[in-house]
Design a protein around this ligand. Structure first.
Ligand SMILES: NC(=O)c1ccc[n+]([C@@H]2O[C@H](COP(=O)([O-])OP(=O)(O)OC[C@H]3O[C@@H](n4cnc5c(N)ncnc54)[C@H](O)[C@@H]3O)[C@@H](O)[C@H]2O)c1
Length: 351
């Protein structure tokens, strides 16, 4: 199947691209590399550096690619920065998503699967929260995701758009960027690898529903093969506190680190856990990875791929760095035409 993945240079999107290629799909990626990286790009996929809200350039790409299915993961992902930049959040997450929905409709895409969020969508009452729980989006980020979900459902009702929106919990695993607004696992892990003391905001007793990236990819694949449309929570239903995460990581460092708390905790939701029984019933999805195992796999990956650094800057492995040099060369020019060349390849930047 011809598949377009927006945000395919990002953490979740790059794992999804790898899985789609492994399943024999033909994959193209749109990403502006604002938080994704070239090192995440799979060289077997065509890559267009492009803003999803750029109506003209994305249209050129659709004319060439004619995707049969789209996974739309590109987003302004930082909850904190969304509070400082609500207009930019709305531009990328709402207008960008509307643009992708418009193009999907115009170019006859059969299936649209969109990344929403569960972690910051609901209140922390009556956990685990189901899709029918009242929405309480507090940040511009959460509001933008909730709005997009409403637009998707409206398009489904009005035009028959075949869609799934996945409201994931806190996704973690290899390749998560520890810098921007990454989850606590990637942030703590990078500190520990650098021999630096991670700090815990507040008591560390606030909880989240941590879901391993491979399980999330399975949910995306299940959404592709299903003919259902709607919103689905993707989580384990279990709450894990920041203190527990710290302990689970610390095991891999011979308990070298002590918990240090700082009091000025940013305002945030106390508890979160998602009821994913609808995804289980209708998509046949269940999370398979226990958090201890997911953390162990993430630590193993990080030990191979993230070199400790005094500046706490993660560095790619030599192999990963080397592979980025060849991404440009594997770009399949034969599949482009003049239209594409003017639309996308001009701005395609070789590493
Ligand atoms: N990581 C999580 O815990 C989590 C939880 C729930 C939902 N999500 C959603 O899943 C999706 C992927 O998140 P992620 O964690 O992989 O983040 P990420 O930052 O690694 O990936 C987002 C990708 O989108 C790209 N992007 C951003 N703005 C763009 C634009 N205007 N045009 C084109 N590309 C753009 C970035 O460069 C990046 O590669 C996002 O939609 C996010 O909101 C993530």
């Amino acid at each position: 199947m011809r598949i377009l993945v927006t945000g395919g240079a990002g953490f979740i999107g790059s794992h999804l691209v790898d899985a789609l290629l492994a399943h024999g799909h033909d994959v193209a990626i749109i990403d502006d590399l604002s938080s994704g990286t070239r090192s995440n790009l799979n060289a077997q996929a065509r890559f267009y550096i492009c803003d999803v809200a750029d109506t003209a350039r994305t249209e050129h790409i659709f004319k060439v690619e004619r995707p049969e299915a789209i996974f739309h993961l590109a987003a302004f992902v930082s909850v904190r920065k969304s509070e400082e930049q609500p207009s930019e959040t709305a531009r990328v997450n709402i207008l960008g998503s509307l643009n992708i929905m418009r193009l999907a409709h115009t170019y006859g895409t059969k299936r649209l699967i969109v990344a929403s969020t569960g972690g910051v969508m609901y209140s922390d009452d009556n956990l685990p929260t189901s899709e029918t729980s009242p929405e309480q989006p507090r940040s511009p980020y959460a509001i933008s995701k909730s709005s997009t979900d409403a637009f998707l459902e409206a398009s489904h009702q009005t035009f028959g758009l075949s869609y799934v929106s996945l409201r994931c919990g806190n996704v973690y695993g290899p390749r998560q960027n520890p810098h921007g607004e990454a989850g606590v696992i990637a942030i703590f892990l990078e500190k520990m690898l650098s021999g630096k003391q991670p700090v815990i905001y507040g008591s560390g007793e606030h909880t989240r529903d941590y879901v391993y990236v491979d399980d999330v990819v399975e949910a995306y694949l299940a959404a592709l093969t299903s003919d259902r449309s709607g919103i689905y929570n993707i989580g384990t239903g279990e709450e894990t506190s920041v203190n527990q995460i710290f302990d689970m990581l610390n095991v891999h460092f011979d308990h070298r680190f002590e918990k240090q708390h700082i009091s000025d905790a940013p305002q945030e939701q106390e508890r979160s856990a998602l009821d994913a029984s609808k995804a289980s019933r209708e998509l046949g999805w269940i999370p398979k990875t226990k958090i201890e195992d997911g953390i162990a796999a993430t630590v193993t990956w990080a030990l191979k791929n993230m070199r400790p650094n005094n500046n706490t800057t993660s560095t790619m492995s030599f192999q990963t760095w080397l592979s980025t040099l060849f991404i440009g060369k594997t770009y399949r020019m034969s599949q482009t035409n003049k239209l594409l060349e003017s639309a996308a390849t001009q701005e395609y930047q070789h590493p």
